[in-house]
Design a protein around this ligand. Structure first.
Ligand code: IPM
Ligand code: MG
Length: 375
């Protein structure tokens, strides 16, 4: 294919995706469901260790619901880098089919092959699942009580720089081009989710983050669509910022506690949420929700930490982040009391245990025992 043919194919594919967005499924009513299936996916590296902890904790917290059949915790195997490389599929077909039988997913970190890993150049499993399940909102809360910081990030999760992240074109040996995509439907549904959150949680401020001065088409559209949605929420105070100064503002203690809800395109959201999580105490402390209409997937914000495995210190991995994700999952299905119980115990665990992740201090098993004891 010539590069113009490649480009045409990409454009057609994106236009077809846009058509599909116009007819997406409504969200299920969890309260009315007889049974909610939660698929658990270990992932790679430290994944099995932190997921074992989460399964034990959920098993105890949801003992009655599991016994009555209202909730099923279903282990989904095969989303490992070994299996994915063997099948040469980012998410092997049979694994994806099992995933689609669940309503919710709790997912450990999965490895993404990068340059120099000597592995086939598979797309990120996260990115594939977000696209396959149409999980359009990546919701990441960051709370730092001693600084009066209560942030929540609504990161667009299926478009932007990620929509065609693995489909850039090498024009010649000396030049490559990547693409960024913004659509009305993709942006507005994200913005609406963020504004709904702001409205339902005490009229918080909303800040829109872009680089619309440079990425004039895609970020420009994103910004104006967010303001369009804002018109339906006249009581909410809205402002907008460029992503560079946002990165600075988050570490500016004079003003950072003024921010509440952020709306960001995909890549800026990726970067800014790692920064925010670090301010909260490390990427190991933050949970992350990927919300769509039919499905929702909850995961740790961090990666699979292959270095911890290589150094033989995987048992020191901090399960907190994945369990914060479980808290978000429980809230998502309306189990607010159980969510609060777990959230409070996790606060206690984080205050009492020492988990620097360098092979010293407490282990994941210590963490699990601490939490189980107090549930
Ligand atoms: C995240 C991660 C992923 C992303 C990676 C693992 C593909 O960094 O969830 O923030 O870039 O979205
Ligand atoms: Mg990230």
């Amino acid at each position: 294919m010539t590069y113009t043919e490649k480009f045409e194919a990409i454009v057609r594919e994106q236009l077809a995706r846009l058509e599909k967005l116009k007819n997406s499924e409504p969200a299920p009513d969890f309260a009315a469901m007889d049974k909610i299936i939660i698929g658990t996916i270990d992932g790679d590296g430290i994944g099995p260790i932190i997921m074992e902890s989460a399964r034990k904790v959920l098993g105890k917290l949801l003992e009655d619901e599991i016994a009555s059949g209202k909730i099923e915790l279903r282990k989904i195997e095969g989303l490992t880098i070994e299996n994915r490389v063997a099948k040469l599929e980012t998410v092997p077909q049979e694994v994806l089919a099992e995933i689609k039988e669940c309503d919710l997913l709790l997912k450990g970190p999965t490895m993404t092959p990068g340059k120099g890993d000597n592995l086939p150049n598979l797309e990120s499993a996260n990115v594939t699942l977000r696209k396959e399940l149409d999980l359009f909102a990546n919701v990441r809360p960051v709370v730092i009580p001693e600084k009066n910081i209560d942030w929540i990030f609504y990161r667009e999760n299926t478009e932007g720089e990620y929509a065609l992240g693995s489909k850039g074109i090498d024009i010649t040996d000396e030049m490559s081009i990547d693409f960024k995509v913004t659509t009305d439907q993709g942006t507005k549904r994200l913005a609406r989710a963020a504004f709904e959150y702001a409205r339902n949680n005490g009229g918080k401020n909303v800040s829109i983050v872009t680089k619309a001065n440079i990425m004039k088409k895609t970020d420009g559209k994103f910004l104006s669509l967010c303001y369009e949605v804002a018109k339906d929420y006249p009581e909410i105070k809205v402002d907008d910022w460029y992503v560079d100064i946002t990165a600075a503002n988050l570490v500016n203690d004079q003003i950072n506690s003024n921010f509440n809800v952020f709306i960001l395109p995909n890549l800026y959201g990726d970067i800014i949420t790692d920064e925010a999580a670090q301010l909260q105490g490390g990427v190991g402390t933050a949970g992350s929700a990927n919300i769509g209409n039919r499905y929702a997937m909850f995961e740790a914000i961090h990666g699979s930490a292959p270095r911890m495995v290589e150094e033989g210190i995987a048992e020191y991995a901090n399960p907190a982040s994945l369990q914060r994700a479980a808290v978000m999952m429980l809230r998502h299905i309306g189990f607010t009391e159980k969510a609060q119980i777990l959230d409070d115990v996790l606060d206690l665990a984080q205050a009492n245990l020492d988990m620097p992740g360098d092979g010293t201090g407490n282990t994941a098993a210590d963490f699990t025992a601490f939490v189980l004891d107090r549930l």
